[in-house]
Design a protein. Structure first.
Length: 410
């Protein structure tokens, strides 16, 4: 059993060894093996008798290579704060705490916030390296402060185009490259006026969000207007959607199945309400799959998974969910059975019915598994001659049921 730290993860900035503390310098000097990216290894001068190991490709092999030296004196060089979207976090999941030591320096996010004079606790950090840039759309709001960690030198121009497409062309961009080093550079401009130009691959973009005149920002806490979605009429309408989401109750890290997803509105709202959650949309109609793909990008949740197939066959092999919404397929044999069986103990199932046949199915399922039936009727005021009258939409029946927790065996 190893009772002391054999692995030290050293954060290093653009200023190289000059920015390291005495403890980090000593760890690097004493290491038998030093791992790191080629850029990081170039910042630390070679030491006699010391192995220097650049990261393998694919990078997923790196962890096994590091752990193969368990018990030796090993250092890993990483950018800035290794515990902030860095390799330190991944290594901490693979090792007992007493075997790992992490020595950070200021991250590029901290340096950018310092240059801008932004309180870091009020800033939303959005990594775009290995993640879809479309996630930025989720956090757009008047006055919001964003720091985007770019994937490459093309990201700033792509970000400017995204902001303009979302109605935030008036937002101010601050582009930082080589933060903290002798070659540090800064460029300012509005998204609407941003011109693509050569840029260092490693850069951070600060965004101070300003909406264009007349834009109505979208809330993440209430149901979106129906017009926010591209659809063909197969859409859970706003008021019913709000009731449905209240019963599904999105929670951090949980997975939702949106079965018969239509245009994807429920899965999209689920992810917008809780950005650490997951969702899978199951939809067999080809045109509606296109709606889902476009809606998820535009509304800032590109992580919504799409299974373009028909339930219940499409459900086989999917990760077990904590919540399920059935918006279509209630009368298809095997759909509800498979959903109920796959739902984790303590999970929530919500199903909506608009026809007599699907309502009858919900009544029958309530008799089998319990739950609560709710009937909703929504009316909108519309012109009626010289006056106004109520136009009532078709009533919706909702079944919501919590699956019992598994009983412990004494």
């Amino acid at each position: 059993m190893i009772n002391q730290a054999w692995l030290t993860v050293v954060g290093i900035g653009e200023d190289g060894p000059r920015g390291l503390g005495a403890e980090a310098r000593a760890a690097l000097a004493a290491a038998a093996v030093v791992f790191g990216g080629e850029r990081h290894l170039a910042l630390w001068p070679p030491q006699a008798g010391q192995q220097r190991r650049p990261w393998p490709r694919p990078f997923t092999q790196a962890y096994d290579q590091v752990l193969a030296h368990r018990g030796e004196r090993v250092c890993v060089l990483a950018s800035g704060d290794p515990m902030f979207y860095g390799i330190g976090s991944a290594l901490a999941e693979r090792l007992p705490r007493e075997e790992l030591r992490v020595l950070p320096v200021p991250s590029s996010m901290s340096l950018a916030a310092a240059r801008l004079g932004w309180p870091l606790q009020q800033v939303r950090v959005i990594p775009a390296h290995g993640r879809p840039l479309a996630r930025v759309a989720l956090y757009l709001a008047e006055g919001a402060r964003l720091l985007v960690l770019s994937a490459d030198g093309e990201t700033p121009a792509q970000l400017a185009r995204l902001l303009c497409a979302q109605g935030y062309g008036a937002s101010r961009l601050s582009l930082f490259a080589h933060l903290g080093g002798p070659d540090e550079r800064r460029r300012e401009g509005l998204a609407a006026d941003w011109e693509p130009s050569p840029c260092a691959a490693l850069n951070v973009v600060g965004v101070r969000c300003h909406a264009d005149p007349g834009l109505r920002p979208l809330s993440r806490r209430g149901a979106l207007p129906d017009a926010a979605f591209e659809h063909d009429g197969q859409l859970t309408k706003r008021d019913v959607r709000a009731l449905t989401l209240a019963r599904l109750a999105p929670r951090p890290g949980e997975l939702l199945w949106d079965v018969g997803a239509g245009c994807g509105s429920i899965g999209i709202e689920w992810l917008r309400a809780e950005s650490s959650a997951r969702a899978i949309a199951i939809e067999s109609h080809a045109e509606r799959c296109g709606f889902i793909a476009r809606n998820r990008e535009r509304l800032g949740v590109p992580g919504l998974e799409l299974v373009a197939s028909r339930a219940p066959q499409a459900l086989a092999g999917l990760d077990a969910p904590e919540a399920i919404f059935i918006g279509g397929g209630l009368t298809v044999e095997g759909v509800v059975e498979h959903c109920w069986q796959a739902l984790k103990p303590g999970g929530r199932l919500v199903a909506n019915a608009v026809t007599l046949q699907t309502e009858s199915a919900l009544v029958a399922w309530r008799a089998r598994i319990g739950g609560e039936l709710t009937r909703v009727s929504v009316a909108q005021a519309e012109p009626l001659g010289r006056f106004d009258g109520w136009r009532t939409a078709r009533p919706i029946t909702l079944l919501s049921v919590d699956k019992p927790l598994a009983r412990s065996v004494c």
